[in-house]
Design a protein around this ligand. Structure first.
Ligand SMILES: Nc1nc2c(ncn2[C@@H]2O[C@H](COP(=O)(O)OP(=O)(O)OP(=O)(O)O)[C@@H](O)[C@H]2O)c(=O)[nH]1
Ligand SMILES: [Mg+2]
Length: 693
């Protein structure tokens, strides 16, 4: 006997079985790609189950994902189940690739949060839950790997509830047996609505079995809890419970459907994707409860009136197909050759892992790739009238990790910039640019792995291998006392010579005041037209002071000088200024300045004290901590930290917070630096300067 039948609650089915989109999301390695494979197998879309870890699965087909053995980008696959069409978006779990997950959440009708049955690890779910709740995306938990579960389901439920703002509704209780080695094995489940018991079967639907008598008290209690939660949003059910009337199953199914669709409750299902356990049950719950695209469009505040509306949530650049805009069609239809926003749609494709199947047309509800629409990028909506930003277009995550990169082959500079443009268009949580203060080209992103994948793409897909190194810190230097200095530049080489002569006074300025050039020449002792050249000479010198760093916070006053009617030129005054500066500056008691950043670290409260120790251990000055707004159970720690200490800060924050902690930093001020650390910086600066000469 197959899985239990579900009473239909008459949910709206526009166009009869229009495509629905479900995101499979959840923490790193929770089993999403394996679950996708099993879903595709269970629906008959593939006839053999592959495994992500041996490179045979539908998802994780990207070369970087195969190489690194993890999800590095979205996997998309469409299949049909009991006459309905489904597109699954398998999201990468690593927090470093969260941007792709967020894009998937923009266009899905519902999300399945795949998590492991380990109560201690639920903190890892918080970033995802906050995003789902903020957008009111209907979501359910699929507690995966039940085959290897040690924790009790009640403990897992309590842990999940502690991180979820929505009320959880357990839909099943497990049937567990003690194994010969003293462990526990999950053999099946009891469905709490139908009150039927099932035994899991590998390779097919579960078998209906007798309800184990010993499970009855647990089942009754769990069912009562489920109904009490549902009754919080349904007065009819509440009255029946109060009057001790046994509610009709159809009423319970309807409440589950309506309350899930309205994002009032979060159902919890159990299973093991790798063993096909609970997977058909999951499909049936989705089939019954997932809203159709018109409801999702309404939730998002999108106006749909039957004319074509395509929302791009991700861009993908392919070697042969060129630019693909992955779009959800919210309304109307889109066909190859059709003109939308004054652009011809170059092709319509349905994605299945790495495969692209050409379609003539896509209809409302579908999720397809549209080819060669240059002007359309992620977070934009295209209609006949034009392209506009989505109402809830994603903000780009601020970077937490950077690397300075140089193409291995110097002549690849142009290729590098066009390849980076494409990679960043695919993943806007990456950025890259030239840093004026250090002269380096820096790529920034969400962590080591994120950048490693970007560099793999550069080398593998675009044939631009690069060398990378930690970015340099933008040290500066200043002076602690002033001097007056005479500088003369005089050359007599054949023809006419060169002559420039200046007297300058150098004075320290307050921190942050920068550089001031003051002209106090009277009586034309230095002719007007040569004064800008003096300033140029000074500015030129300041690019690298006696400690090897750019000089800031000082004034230079030109107060006297001499010239020669024939031999003086702009060039000779510029040189005279340089001579004066190089002689004067070492006498001005130069001192190194290091950039101090204001850092705000967000982390679950239980990690706050570890974060504080981490900050202190990295020469940070704690400014205090507070509750993180909108994130119950989280704190924000504010601190001032030297830039040199935060290059790899994210790695430690993550290891102290199950990977979910994050930070934001901005420049605050420059601070004098002395001692051994300063000497090291000065030596390095000098070595670099010698190398550059
Ligand atoms: N015991 C057990 N292990 C599983 C199950 N499903 C997946 N795994 C294992 O979990 C590991 C991760 O599986 P994936 O499917 O790649 O996980 P993922 O969530 O897609 O990983 P990322 O995309 O990198 O976050 C693999 O070693 C799987 O074999 C399951 O039901 N039971
Ligand atoms: Mg995966």
């Amino acid at each position: 006997m197959a899985d239990n039948t579900i009473v239909s609650s008459g949910s709206e089915r526009p166009g009869g079985g229009a495509n629905r989109v479900v995101a499979l999301c959840g923490p790193y390695l929770s089993g999403k790609t394996t679950l996708l494979e099993t879903l595709l197998y269970a629906t008959g879309a593939i006839n053999r189950r592959g495994r992500p870890r041996d490179g045979s699965s539908t998802g994780d087909g990207a070369p970087e994902a195969r190489k690194l053995g993890m999800g590095t980008e979205l996997n998309v696959a469409t299949c049909t189940y009991l006459g309905d069409s489904w597109t699954f978006l398998d999201c990468p779990g690593s927090i470093e690739f969260l941007h792709d997950t967020m894009s998937a959440l923009s266009v899905c009708d519902a999300a399945v949060i795949v998590c492991e049955p380990v109560p201690d690890r639920v903190a890892a779910l918080t970033p995802l839950l906050r995003a789902l709740e903020a957008r009111h995306v209907p979501h359910l938990f699929f507690v995966n790997k039940m085959d290897a579960a040690h924790a009790r389901v009640s403990d897992m439920m309590a842990a999940l509830q502690s991180v979820s703002e929505r009320k959880l509704v357990l839909r099943q209780v497990p049937i567990r047996k003690t194994t010969a080695d003293g462990g526990e094995e999950t053999q099946g489940y009891v469905d709490l609505v139908s009150e039927r018991a099932y035994r899991y079967k590998q390779g097919g639907a579960s078998d209906l079995i007798e309800m184990p008598a010993e499970l009855l008290p647990t089942e009754t209690e769990a069912r009562r809890e489920m109904m009490e939660t549902l009754a919080e949003f349904d007065d009819t059910l509440l009255e029946q419970l109060i009057e001790d009337v046994a509610p009709e199953k159809s009423l319970i199914y309807r409440d589950l459907h309506d309350e899930f669709g309205a994002d009032q409750i979060t159902p919890v299902l159990l299973g093991a994707g790798e063993h096909e356990h609970g997977v058909r049950r999951l499909l049936k719950a989705l089939r019954h409860d997932t809203p159709f695209s018109p409801e999702s469009a309404k939730r998002r505040g999108l106006e749909v009136n039957g004319a074509a509306v395509a929302e791009c949530f991700k861009v993908s650049h392919q070697a042969h197909a060129g630019k693909l805009s992955l779009c959800r069609i919210w309304s109307g239809s889109v066909a190859e050759g059709q003109t939308l926003a004054s652009t011809r749609v170059g092709g319509v494709m349905r994605l299945f892992g790495q495969r692209h199947d050409k379609l003539h047309q896509a209809a409302a509800g579908d999720l397809v790739a549209l080819a060669k629409i240059e002007g359309l990028s992620a977070g934009q909506i295209m209609t006949a009238g034009g392209i506009v930003d989505s109402p809830d277009r994603l903000a780009t995550e601020s970077p937490v990790y950077g690397l300075a990169i140089v193409p291995k082959n110097r002549s690849d500079e142009v290729k590098l910039s066009s390849a980076l443009h494409k990679i960043i268009e695919e993943d806007p949580s990456l950025s890259a640019g030239h840093r004026d203060d250090t002269g380096e080209f820096v790529i920034r992103g969400q962590g080591e792995m994120h950048l490693r994948v970007a560099l793999e793409k550069l080398a593998g897909r675009y044939n631009v291998p690069v060398d990378s190194s930690p970015p340099r810190v933008a040290y500066k230097e200043t002076i602690r006392k002033g001097v007056q200095q005479h500088g003369r530049y005089k050359r007599q080489t054949g023809g006419h010579g060169q002559f420039g002569d200046v007297k300058i006074e150098i004075q320290p300025l307050g921190r942050g005041e920068g550089f001031k050039f003051i002209d106090k020449i009277v009586g034309g002792v230095v002719p007007r037209n040569f004064i800008p050249a003096v300033e140029m000479g000074v500015v030129d010198y300041l690019k690298q002071g006696p400690l090897g760093q750019p000089v800031v916070d000082l004034s230079v006053t030109l107060f006297d000088g001499q010239y020669h009617t024939v031999d003086s030129s702009e060039m000779s005054f510029k040189q005279a200024a340089r001579v004066a500066m190089s002689e004067a500056m070492p006498k001005c008691d130069p001192v190194l300045l290091e950039p101090i950043l204001k850092v705000t670290i967000a982390a679950p409260s239980e990690a706050t004290s570890r974060i504080q120790r981490l900050v202190s251990g990295r020469r940070g000055q704690l400014l205090g901590f507070d509750a993180r707004p909108g994130w119950p159970g989280w704190d924000e720690v504010a601190a001032l930290m030297p830039e040199s200490e935060i290059g790899d800060l994210i790695i430690e924050i993550r290891s102290a917070t199950q990977g979910v902690g994050t930070y934001h930093a901005e420049f605050d001020h420059l601070q004098e630096m002395a001692g051994r650390a300063a000497e090291k910086v000065v030596d390095e600066g000098k070595r670099r300067a010698a190398g550059a000469r």
